[in-house]
Design a binder for this molecule. Structure first.
Ligand SMILES: [Zn+2]
Ligand SMILES: [Zn+2]
Length: 460
């Protein structure tokens, strides 16, 4: 029994780990490598293992860095089951279709530039077939993906449907428990339940994205959000919130709902300007059983995402019409890192007006327009035009869906407290600096830790 690290090794994307038991192979995640286009293209086109050797896939959550290569696997002939929670399955349907669309656009772009045929990694039909192979299994309900392995999803508190995966692997009369953390969320995130640390582990594979950083507390984020809205509205400006359509947008809508009911913000229109966000909101509404029942709004209100003054704009013409609208308003649009999507035309129109605020609520990677805005560069390039950045820029890090250094350590401490036979911890899903820092601090607490390189094999 062993595990091969086939992705998210010394980096944060491309999550994929291959577990071998009784001569069969099970993949935990099959995510997309993201980053520089040329490098990731090559990495994505290489399968983690020959298709015929893969007997099952278990998916931790719907984010593209975990699910994004499944349609490619299917295109190459994978036809076995893919196990996921029901909400992950529903969110994957939206996200993989969107990803297929992006793959096709990317291939067109490459073909134009290189004047050669560039094939997309996969198309819409492969994304659709992937969803057909998915079996939805609720949390805390054991299932048998391959003979000798009993698997259970545990709440990871990261996005709707996100799970840690517990695998009880039996071979030759010996049973070992492997815990795969998936992406670990944070206690107190809006709507989403708190992460539940699994018990009884022998081996833990743990994410380490923010192994060297701490976030603002979740509790202070709402007050900051209210303050930014009040100040901007008083100036007569617009609040432009670039947000991922899946997850972050629903959390912000929920926060605005609380603030609206409390009278904490002025009654100005809130436009949710993203078809993908509208579809995702429908998936949220299909899974109210997964909302955090300890939260006041969840207990008291059924329509969490539909309230005055929220207006959903699906149509592109309605979106463009917002440019000529007057008065203060809030506009939430994708993409989160401002690289594509409707947020671009709102920025092209609004970034030069000093009354407006660009409110950043998510991570901004290097080489993105979002990062340049956070760095407050004086001139932005949008649709090929130069736009002076005169709007205010505010950043709230308290809505991060990833556990920070202290929260990762607490999660692992809780696992250890309930795992008398814990032997080792393998760090994945982190940049080398984050992993080095976290390794050192965990070793100081007596853990046996390593951060396996790509292709490394470890016994279970
Ligand atoms: Zn994630
Ligand atoms: Zn991830």
């Amino acid at each position: 029994m062993d595990v091969t690290f086939a992705g998210a090794a010394h980096e944060v994307t491309g999550s994929c780990h291959l577990v071998r038991v009784n001569g069969r192979t099970l993949a935990l995640d099959c995510g997309m490598f993201q980053g520089k286009r040329s490098e990731s293209r090559e990495k994505n086109a290489r399968l983690p293992a020959p298709v015929e050797s893969l007997d099952a896939v278990i998916l931790s959550h719907a984010h593209i860095d975990h699910a994004g290569r499944l349609p490619f696997l299917v295109r190459e002939g994978y036809a076995n089951r893919i196990w996921a929670t029901p909400a992950t399955r529903d969110l994957s349907a939206i996200m993989l279709a969107d990803s297929a669309h992006i793959q096709e656009k990317d291939a067109e772009f490459l073909a134009r530039r290189q004047k050669a045929v560039a094939e997309p990694l996969y198309g819409l039909r492969h994304a659709a077939r992937t969803i057909e192979l998915m079996t939805g299994i609720p949390y805390d309900t054991p299932f048998e993906p391959i003979p000798g392995v009993r698997a259970t999803f545990i709440e990871a508190g990261h996005i709707l449907g996100s799970a840690s995966v517990v695998l009880d692997c039996t071979e030759g009369g010996v049973t070992r428990r492997l815990v795969f953390s998936g992406d670990i969320g944070r206690a107190g995130l809006p709507i989403i339940r708190d992460p539940v640390p699994p018990k009884g582990a022998h081996t833990v594979i743990m994410e380490s994205t923010y192994g060297n950083r701490d976030h603002e507390p979740v509790e202070s984020a709402r007050a900051r959000l209210a303050e930014v809205i009040k100040i901007t509205a008083a100036r007569g400006g617009r609040i432009l919130i670039p947000a991922f359509a899946v997850g972050r947008t629903q959390e912000i809508i929920y926060e605005l709902h609380i603030l609206t009911r409390e009278g904490g913000i002025p009654a100005i229109p809130v436009y949710i300007d993203s078809p993908l966000a509208i579809d995702t909101t429908s998936v949220f509404e299909m899974h109210p059983d997964l909302f955090d029942a300890t939260e006041d709004l969840v207990q008291r209100v059924t329509e969490l995402f539909k309230f005055v003054p929220v207006i959903y704009t699906r149509d592109a013409q309605e979106s463009k019409a917002l440019n000529s609208a007057r008065g203060p308003m809030i506009i939430i649009a994708a993409s989160g890192m401002m690289e594509a999507g409707r947020i671009l035309h709102h920025l092209a129109h609004g970034a030069s007006d000093p009354r407006n605020t660009i409110l950043v609520v998510g991570f901004q990677a290097e080489h993105t327009l979002g990062r340049r805005i956070v760095e407050r560069q004086p001139i932005l390039k949008i649709f090929g035009d130069e736009v002076p950045l005169r709007a205010q820029v505010e950043v709230i890090s308290g809505y991060s869906a990833h556990a920070d250094r202290a929260e990762l350590t607490k999660w692992l401490d809780d696992v250890r407290a309930q795992s008398p036979d814990l032997e080792r911890v393998h760090l994945v899903h982190g940049e080398p600096e984050a992993q080095t820092a976290l390794t050192a601090s965990l070793e100081a607490k007596g853990y046996n830790v390593d951060a396996p390189a790509f292709g490394a094999v470890r016994p279970l």
